[in-house]
Design a protein around this ligand. Structure first.
Ligand SMILES: [Zn+2]
Length: 293
């Protein structure tokens, strides 16, 4: 890589490891669209090893899923490197979404194989290693959304669960609507959530969903296709918040919203369900609370 001083991908930067993995223009949507949502920390990096050390430190300080974040980071770096080489040596077009999706599936396989293989006899330790719902940072509220869809039935349900930075439930909501597309259903659920949290006067919000495509579209990483109008609505609504982010979570981190959506679609929610929560919902909330610590 040292022979040619300019980057063969963008022809702009000097071809250093930092440039290839962090600075080269095409990698930006990968970092931002990834579960790590990195953008600001990619600017002005001098040395790769220092940058990595800072990330590791942040993961360890941040939460109890540092293993998850670290392996994900490793897969991301590998994915970017592999895609770059494929472009330089095989003229394979660069596609940030492809990298994110590949990394996602590698990470999933890794956790299935390796974490399951070293299951600890102590159940509590094992639970901590699994992806789970996390409290939002101080001063933030987190809104989990999900859609329940079961073809060929066009009746779908969108659901949302709003919790504060202590993990306390602030609001829960569900709505039935009709669509033939699961992606559209997920996007409608997220738009309902943006409307709902805005109406409640929330200002600092994290929206979390397990629909990767919808989250990527909201973050501008992926073309929206059939959901473009809904995504535009969501992006417009998001401008009304002082702080707003869209985050992908594995299904395990979205269990409460999932259960509410499921019950709503099957019309199993009583009219007053948001005040007297169904047992399945209460149990899932407790599980999240226990895992979030
Ligand atoms: Zn470049």
């Amino acid at each position: 890589m040292a022979q040619n001083p300019s980057c063969p991908v963008c022809n702009r930067g000097r071809e250093t490891v930092v440039h290839a993995l962090l600075e080269c223009g095409w990698t930006r949507p990968v970092w931002f669209g990834s579960q790590l949502h990195l953008s600001a920390s990619l600017c002005g990096v001098q040395r790769m090893d220092e940058w990595m050390t800072t990330r590791v430190y942040q993961f360890r300080m941040g939460n109890d899923s540092a293993d998850h974040s670290l392996s994900y980071l490793a897969f991301l770096l590998w994915g970017i490197w592999k895609a770059r080489n494929n472009k330089v040596f095989n003229s394979h077009a660069l596609n940030p979404t492809e990298v994110i999706v590949l990394v996602q599936s590698l990470q999933g396989e890794y956790f299935k194989e390796h974490i399951a293989a070293r299951r600890h006899p102590d159940q509590s330790l094992r639970v901590r290693e699994q992806p789970s719902w996390k409290k939002p940072g101080a001063g933030l509220v987190k809104c989990n959304t999900d859609a329940s869809f079961k073809a060929p039935d066009v009746r779908s349900a969108g659901s949302l669960v709003l919790r504060d930075d202590s993990g306390h439930l602030l609001s829960a909501h569900a709505r039935l609507f009709f669509t033939r597309s699961p992606v559209v259903a997920e996007a409608i659920a997220l738009r309902d959530a943006a409307v709902h949290t805005s109406n409640l006067g929330c200002t600092h919000v994290l929206f979390e969903a397990d629909a990767l495509e919808v989250i990527q579209a909201c973050n501008g990483v992926k073309p929206c296709g059939e959901i473009s109008n809904i995504i535009q609505d969501i992006q417009l609504l998001s401008q009304g918040f002082a702080h707003c982010r869209f985050i992908w979570t594995p299904r395990e981190g979205n269990e409460v919203a999932h259960i509410i959506g499921d019950l709503a679609r099957k019309k199993q929610l009583a009219p007053n369900w948001a005040w007297v929560l169904p047992r399945r919902v209460v149990e899932a909330l407790r599980r999240d609370e226990a895992r979030a610590g």
